[in-house]
Design a protein around this ligand. Structure first.
Ligand SMILES: [Zn+2]
Length: 243
């Protein structure tokens, strides 16, 4: 009961998210980054940055205010943002300077849309992409999260990186995700949380107001287009005017 009063009605707002983190801290949980100790009352808080680095940075600041460390998995093959663009590079560095880890968010679908690859093939391609991410920032986590993970990626260990869906992080402990804002219909029991958890939160699904999933997705696309338009003006159109 106390939890419900403290957290209030679930809303995909930054305000609710902050109260959620504050509540977890007050309940005695400590936040870890991968590989973590997985001791009593520990949480591995992970973010798959699918839509927006701006939203990721906003969330990273909220967490820093509360004194929480987490892992931001960067989707370097994202259709919505380019992590190598100057402003985005800065955002990633800022997230890191707030005390958070940077990791790879990897899409298997780009390489193996239908078939199941060998473990070695996955390791080679993931390692290549980790090297690409190291060009963004040299200090990256050994953890890797799979974007829309296929069944073969679940509960599988790899030699060369930490799979966030391996049994020790996915089935041996409680795994809680708000993918597609599913907490609206399938809400975790926030009043009786387990001793060890991995929690997945997508920064793009949260805002200053409580928007539905489709609205957040639409807004992410609009913001991405605006960003590209502004940066194209700055990089190509305005310099030509000066010449
Ligand atoms: Zn994803």
């Amino acid at each position: 009961m106390a939890t419900r009063q403290l957290l209030g009605e679930l809303a995909f707002t930054h305000e609710w998210y902050k109260s959620f983190l504050t509540h977890l801290k007050e309940e005695g949980y400590s936040f870890e980054t991968f590989p973590g100790t997985l001791e009593q009352k520990t949480i591995l808080l992970r973010h798959d940055v699918d839509l927006s680095l701006s939203d990721a940075l906003t969330m990273a600041k909220i967490e820093a205010e509360v004194g929480v460390e987490s892992t931001y998995c960067i989707f370097i093959a994202s259709p919505l943002y380019n992590p190598f663009d100057g402003e985005n590079l800065q955002k990633i560095h800022e997230i890191q300077s707030l005390g958070h880890d940077i990791a790879l968010h990897f899409s298997t679908h780009n390489y193996w849309p239908n078939e199941q690859p060998s473990k070695g093939a996955v390791e080679t391609q993931v390692n290549n992409m980790m090297d690409v991410l190291r060009a963004v920032t040299p200090e990256i986590s050994e953890a890797v999260s799979f974007h829309r993970p296929p069944d073969w990626a679940l509960e599988t260990e790899f030699e060369t990186f930490i799979n966030t869906y391996s049994p020790q992080y996915f089935s041996d402990i409680t795994y809680i995700s708000e993918s597609n804002q599913r907490w609206r219909t399938d809400q975790p029991d926030f009043e009786n949380l387990p001793e060890r958890m991995q929690i997945l939160v997508h920064p793009g699904l949260w805002s200053h107001r409580d928007d539905e999933f489709e609205k957040r997705l639409e807004q992410g696309v609009v913001n991405s287009c605006r960003y590209v338009n502004r940066r194209a003006q700055e990089e190509f159109i305005e310099p030509n005017k000066e010449n």
